[in-house]
Write a protein that binds this ligand. Structure first.
Ligand SMILES: *Cc1c(COP(=O)(O)O)cnc(C)c1O
Ligand SMILES: [Zn+2]
Length: 430
């Protein structure tokens, strides 16, 4: 009996080791303590957040670059750098990523940028936001841990991404959102057939509720992608950094403008860039990371401007609902990164967000959701303030699709006429 128990434990350990590719442990971002890979997110010594630690394939950058370039045109080309099994590309999943990096010369001209300006357009993902990246990695962890229900607390985009990914993977889903989200996001969260629960409260209330559910027998067997699977989930954002550099011809951009909700994406983009440098895939040069928030939910921007290390929570009130997290878990790390890289954190008002959505649509044919209005608006503001250098290579992230936040932009026909040439002539548009 005892021997059999040991043998099956060994098999489990091997399975777990191969399930997570190059990942070897979770490590505490505060005290560095290491724990085995598991569905845990907080350090037992100091309660700091855990992140995935790797044995990365160092030593053969040319070989690694060739391997990546011959991989699939989605995030799984970077499987050697992610906590996923080597055969992940052939499993049932949404295959997000490798979205377009758009050279934005028209926008550059309007903004007075003389260097290269690019928009990384993540509206091209399967559920039309960057969230498909993080969910795809979390789903693999959910499978490895034997979870049968996939869940999350969401500001909207994540709920849709989880619903769709669970459907493809053959898992049940039950997701939680604030009750007052945009119609486009509610429909997308519901259409994939999982359970959708509206909570009377803000996102921060939803998040607190989910933390309670995890500790309760009601939540047994549940993988919350952004709570107990958060260390794995976060790693999906590294692929934005990998793609941007590969699409620039294996080159670091000089400046990146990244939206902040919880701050996870921004911190993992920085992690991804540092990995590429360590792996020898890009030349080690300085880069600067700029965070973007909406004024109506700008706790990180506030702390940055006040020279604080702590982020004081706020009650969100903005049209940029996908970024409306009043108590951002990764806020202090975002401050560290902005300061270490010589970047900044800035915010824009709701009218500035709408103007920026229109500007990007008019100049580049990209219809961004409000989060894209935030990054483009902040880019404009930082250029005008002389904080962003217009002569350098800058990448601005658009993380979601304008079709999900239609109410933000009151656009309609230039004129409505009878179907006759006479009426068209009168309208003066010929
Ligand atoms: C979730 C989200 C982000 C970033 O979220 P973080 O919590 O900061 O990682 C950015 N843009 C959109 C559209 C999102 O849905
Ligand atoms: Zn710790």
């Amino acid at each position: 009996m005892r021997r059999k128990g040991l043998a099956s434990m060994a098999v489990q350990a091997v399975e777990r080791a191969t399930s997570f590719g190059p990942a070897v442990a979770l490590s505490c971002r505060e005290c560095g303590e290491r724990v085995p890979l598991g569905p845990v997110f907080a350090c037992t010594s100091c309660f700091g957040p855990l992140e995935v630690a790797y044995e990365l394939p160092l030593g053969d950058p040319e070989g690694l670059r060739r391997r990546i370039e011959s991989g699939p045109a989605n995030i799984w080309r970077y499987a050697p750098l992610l906590p996923v099994p080597a055969d992940v590309a052939s499993r049932p999943n949404l295959r997000p990523g490798f979205t377009q990096l758009v050279r934005a010369d028209n926008l550059a001209r309007e903004l007075g940028v003389t260097g290269e300006l690019h928009v990384k357009d993540d509206s091209g993902n399967p559920t039309h936001s960057f969230k498909d990246r993080v969910v795809a990695v979390a789903v693999e962890a959910a499978r490895a841990f034997g979870f049968t229900t996939l869940s999350c607390s969401s500001t909207g985009n994540l709920a849709g991404a989880v619903g769709a990914a669970a459907a493809r993977a053959g898992l049940r889903s039950c997701v939680f959102i604030p009750h007052d989200l945009e119609a486009g996001k509610v429909v997308m969260a519901a259409v994939y057939g999982g359970d959708l629960v509206g909570i009377e409260g803000t996102y921060d209330d939803v998040n607190r509720f989910c933390s309670e559910l995890i500790g309760d027998p009601l939540g047994e067997g549940w993988g919350f992608v952004n709570v107990n699977l958060r260390p794995y989930y976060g790693e999906g954002s590294k692929t934005l950094a990998y793609e941007i550099c590969e699409q620039l011809g294996w080159r670091l951009p000089d400046q990146l403008v990244v939206p902040i909700a919880s701050g996870s994406q921004l911190t993992k983009i920085d992690k991804g860039l540092r990995e590429l440098i360590a792996l020898g895939l890009v030349e080690d040069r300085p880069y600067r990371i700029f965070g973007a928030q909406a004024e109506g939910c700008s706790p990180v921007s506030r702390a940055f401007k006040d020279g604080q290390d702590v982020v004081r929570p706020v009650k969100p009130d903005t049209i940029a609902k996908s970024l409306a997290i009043g108590n951002p878990a990764d806020g202090p790390y975002v401050l560290d990164i902005a300061r270490r890289t010589g970047g900044a954190v800035e915010d824009v008002t709701d009218p500035e967000i709408v103007d920026a959505i229109r500007l990007l649509a008019r100049t580049e044919g990209i219809f961004a959701e409000t989060a894209g209005g935030v990054t483009v608006g902040v880019t404009r503001k930082l250029l005008e303030a002389g904080v962003l250098d217009p002569s350098l290579t800058t990448v601005v992230l658009n993380t979601g699709d304008g079709l999900k936040t239609l109410d933000a932009v009151a656009a309609g026909p230039s004129v409505t006429i009878r179907p006759s040439l006479g009426a068209f002539r009168e309208a003066g548009l010929g």
